[in-house]
Design a protein around this ligand. Structure first.
Ligand code: NAD
Ligand code: MLT
Length: 531
């Protein structure tokens, strides 16, 4: 396993990576060199300096995983990585406390003009009244984004005697109450806060969350702390508001361009700034490097990972409970496609019996992989299966019910193309896979690598005719299952055979007058190997 580390990285993380992989440590690599070199590596580890663009990802022909030593993945084209089936992992917990502490440091420095006063005294001045500050006690702090860092900042600010309100559209009022935070509407937060602090990700929907319009709603004299991402605030608009005194001060750790170069915002006296130091403590750097290295190695070894940004998290306990159903779901996806074709608008999976209480997403993905493998080849995996399905216009739905009729567990796959609809159901019987329903046929198919699936009108002699033909063609039958809708009605026969059947033999089967349809089904090896 070869891993490229293209940003500065703590020695602890490097050591851990080197125990398992060949590591090329290139913390100063240029963007051009990165594009040239990345093709040699299965893993790429970055912090925020390296920009993992679509071009880098396209060039990384062998890439299986991109690791981000930190939280924000706005420097990685996650969509492109997903399309290519590359796992993106981050280290979401390692720098929470450091970032929260830095936000509080900025908050207190801002209230008391600490950096400006420090620079003044170093210049030999003794200015006191000029640096008169304000207390934090009893002031209203507006927290935008109450995830890991926002919650920790709120906790610390409460200890400083501040009142806290928060805006986060993805947390419930209940969760906010548990954190001791009053959850309010965005505009209310803007109007009521004496201080505002940002702790949300930068993405297309949060870019310039605060622009001219929002700045105009702020309480006069408000102070702003941004320790999340530069692009969240329109810097030009903020600059004007600071110059006009509508915003009393700003403390910024992050900038839209980093480094910001000559920036009129930073030159203002009422702005204090640090060069993206939020996560720069010894503890946080060691934490994130160790966390991301572990996840990168796990991803390369195909082991369960816990911090994938673009792939489902399959914890060991989840794997233990639903693991045996993953090959069944994959077998069903593959079987369906080979029997009924892949041109579908919608796939609906229903999980019945005790499966209803289990995590469904991994089983759905496994089914999609089995289905899509026949269309797009081995390029489909856990990371991109949903993406590929969506891009092909296939809507995927999941439902569950505790009712499973005669089975303790049952997966039903139903797919539709316009008016046409087919369904199959599968179960685990004492741990063994069975497909127990194909449209209206009740049957007990044992999925095998090679299967001949035929339908015929149920009457004496049919099975013999097919058996004789296959014998003459030197095709060895391993086992057989029969199912029918009613006696002497339509019937289905599944023959497990030892090897792939030549196309001419299949044509001869189809030509038999007793046969109404014949398909040769080849199941992916992964269903039997558990890969
Ligand atoms: P997190 O995922 O735990 O929390 C982010 C929160 O933002 C979530 O609760 C989410 O619901 C909320 N959110 C998403 N969109 C929102 C919106 N439009 N309005 C309001 N809230 C919204 O992440 P975290 O670990 O707390 O980190 C937050 C951000 O801080 C990261 O995305 C990263 O960019 C930044 N960060 C900066 C530094 C630094 O060095 N300055 C260090 C670590 C993290
Ligand atoms: C993060 O998102 O984790 C921080 O911004 C720290 C960093 O970029 O290294």
């Amino acid at each position: 396993m070869k891993v490229l580390v293209s940003d500065s990285f703590s020695p602890e993380g490097l050591e851990q990576l080197k125990e398992q992989a060949e590591v090329d440590y290139r913390p100063e690599i240029t963007p051009e060199e990165l594009i040239k070199q990345v093709k040699l590596f299965e893993g790429l580890v970055v912090r925020s300096r390296s920009k993992v663009t679509a071009e880098v990802i396209e060039a990384g022909k062998k890439l299986k995983v991109i690791g981000r030593a930190g939280v924000g993945v706005d420097n990685i084209d996650v969509e492109k990585a997903t399309e290519k089936g590359i796992i993106v992992v981050n280290a979401p917990h390692g720098n929470t406390i450091s970032a929260a502490e830095h936000a509080v440091a900025l908050l207190t420095s801002l209230a008391r003009n600490v950096p400006q006063a420090s620079s003044s005294i170093k210049r030999g001045e003794w200015e006191r009244s000029k640096y008169t500050g304000v207390e934090l006690n009893h002031k209203m702090l507006g927290v935008i984004g109450v995830g890991r860092i926002g919650s920790e900042v709120a906790r610390r600010a409460r200890a400083l005697g501040m009142k806290i309100i928060a805006y986060d559209p993805y947390i419930t009022r209940n969760h906010a109450e548990k954190l001791g935070i009053e959850s309010v509407a965005f505009e209310d937060l803007l109007r009521q806060s004496d201080f505002i602090t940002f702790h949300l990700p930068l993405n297309p929907s949060t870019y310039h969350l605060i622009g001219e319009k929002e700045l105009a709603m702020l309480k006069p004299g408000v102070r702003i702390v941004n320790c999340a991402r530069g692009g969240l605030i329109d810097e030009d608009a903020l600059c004007t508001a600071l110059q006009e005194g509508r915003v009393e001060g700003a403390a910024l750790d992050v900038f839209e361009q980093e480094p910001p170069g000559s920036c009129r915002l930073i030159e203002l006296d009422n702005v204090i700034a640090t060069p993206h130091l939020g996560a720069l403590t010894r503890e946080a750097q060691a934490n994130v490097a160790l966390q991301v290295s572990e996840q990168v190695i796990r991803a390369l070894k195909g082991e369960p990972i816990v911090s994938a940004v673009n792939a489902p998290v399959l914890l060991p306990e989840t794997r233990a409970s639903i693991g045996p159903f993953l090959p069944l779901a994959r077998a069903m996806g593959s079987f369906y496609l080979q029997l009924f074709g892949g041109s579908v608008d919608e796939i609906e999976l229903t999980y019945s019996g005790h499966l209803a209480s289990m995590p469904l997403a991994p089983m759905t993905l496994s089914c999609l992989i089995g289905f899509l493998q026949h269309i797009v080849g081995d390029g489909v995996n856990w990371v991109n299966a949903s993406y590929i399905a969506k891009n092909r216009g296939v809507a995927v739905r999941e439902t569950s019910t505790t009712e499973a009729k005669n089975y303790s567990n049952l997966i039903t796959m139903r797919a539709r193309t316009g008016e046409e609809e087919h369904h199959i159901s599968g179960t685990l019987l004492n741990g063994d896979m069975r497909i127990v329903r194909v449209d209206d046929y009740r049957i007990e198919i044992v999925p095998a690598r090679y299967m001949l699936v035929t339908t015929h009108n149920d009457r004496p002699g049919v099975v013999g005719k097919i058996g004789t033909l296959l014998g003459n063609e030197n095709v060895n039958i391993a086992s057989m299952q029969l199912g029918r809708k009613e006696a002497r009605g339509e019937a289905m026969m599944v023959l497990q055979v030892d090897e792939e059947m030549p196309a001419e033999t299949l044509s001869k089967v189809k030509e038999l007058d007793v046969i109404t349809s014949a398909n040769f089904v080849i199941m992916p090896k992964s269903i039997f190997s558990g890969d």
